[in-house]
Design a protein around this ligand. Structure first.
Ligand SMILES: [Zn+2]
Length: 320
């Protein structure tokens, strides 16, 4: 029988769990509201109950059919010891999630930071499969990052490494939530692209952007790409500026790590090849190793909507 794992995407709003195989296929999934705040023990019980009902409803038995449970959690996570050190969403400190959940589940439980889980998934079964050195950069609400270096997750001291969204790419630039100015995520996140699109709409009532999106409040990270494709000058400028900032941050990371592959995830990566086609010429101009025989490849992350569940499950596969 196929080897099966449970992946749990533990978020501040929802907990989603799925049964996943070695190739990252999801067999079934289920989610519940997280309903914070609540004590640790209650949340642990919720996670267990969700997984138990997921299995029961789909004819699986946790102790016989599932190899391990992987949890992807935001925050600073010590994957080796299975401790979530700090997490703003939950408000817990030093949460011994692995130990506590193993008592409930009766099988191995692993935990990893969600961005680290995402790169594990890409390396185990996705578009960085088999790589010893790969990065993921997610372009969503913020800009997140995970690194798989020399065959293992790089967590950093304090498990707070790879906060790639907070490298400065514009000195004295836009103020960031972290307190610095000019952070990568203030320019390259999906939220930044949305804000820049809205600003361009306000400045240019003639832009096609208004035809595609009459309600400016509903603007998203996609419409500038759509309007650019239709030849709109204003949108083209928004996208080109966005790509320049994105390329700047990515080249910084490539020059530090020289990974085999950089996977792009998050909302903006839904643009797929169109995004890569715009990025590559700028990377080609600036990558320090641009003349090397083997170059870092920029690709779109394979795992999309269910990346959180699959990544978490793959943390278990990686530890097997
Ligand atoms: Zn910042």
């Amino acid at each position: 029988m196929e080897k099966l794992y449970i992946g749990v995407d533990l978020g501040g709003t929802n907990i989603a769990a799925g049964i996943v195989d070695l190739n990252g296929n999801i067999y079934c999934k289920k989610s519940v509201r997280t309903n914070l705040p609540k004590p640790e023990a209650e949340l642990e019980q919720d996670i267990y109950n969700l997984c138990k009902s997921l299995c029961e409803e789909n004819g699986y038995d946790i102790s016989n059919d599932i190899i391990s449970v992987g949890i992807g959690s935001p925050g600073s996570v010590d994957g080796k010891r299975g401790i979530v050190w700090s997490n703003v969403n939950f408000g817990y400190e030093n949460w011994r999630i692995k130990e506590n959940l193993e008592k409930l589940f009766g099988i191995s439980v692993y935990v990893e930071n969600d961005a680290n889980a995402a790169i594990i998934a890409e390396v185990m079964a996705g578009n960085a499969k088999g790589c010893d050195n790969a990065l993921i950069v997610t372009l969503g609400t913020g800009v997140g990052g995970g690194a798989f270096l020399n065959g293992q997750i790089y967590a950093g001291y304090n498990y707070a490494g790879l906060e790639v969204g907070h490298i400065v790419i514009e000195k004295d630039g836009r103020l960031c939530n972290c307190g610095r100015k000019g952070c990568f995520e203030r320019y390259a996140s999906a939220s930044a692209l949305t804000r820049d699109t809205q600003a361009a709409m306000n400045a240019h009532p003639e832009s096609l952007l208004w035809k595609l999106c009459p309600d400016i409040e509903k603007a998203n990270a996609k419409i500038a790409f759509d309007a650019m494709e239709k030849g709109d000058k204003v949108a083209t400028e928004v996208v080109n500026t966005y790509i320049e900032y994105l390329a700047c941050g990515l080249v910084n990371l490539i020059n530090i790590f020289q990974p085999e592959v950089v996977c792009l995830g998050g909302g903006v990566s839904n643009q797929q090849q169109a995004l890569l086609d715009l990025l590559q010429p700028l990377i080609d101009k600036e990558d320090f190793a641009r003349n090397a025989r083997e170059r870092t490849k920029i690709v779109i992350a394979k795992f999309r909507n269910d990346a959180g569940i699959i990544g978490a499950a793959m943390v278990g596969v990686n530890n097997d």
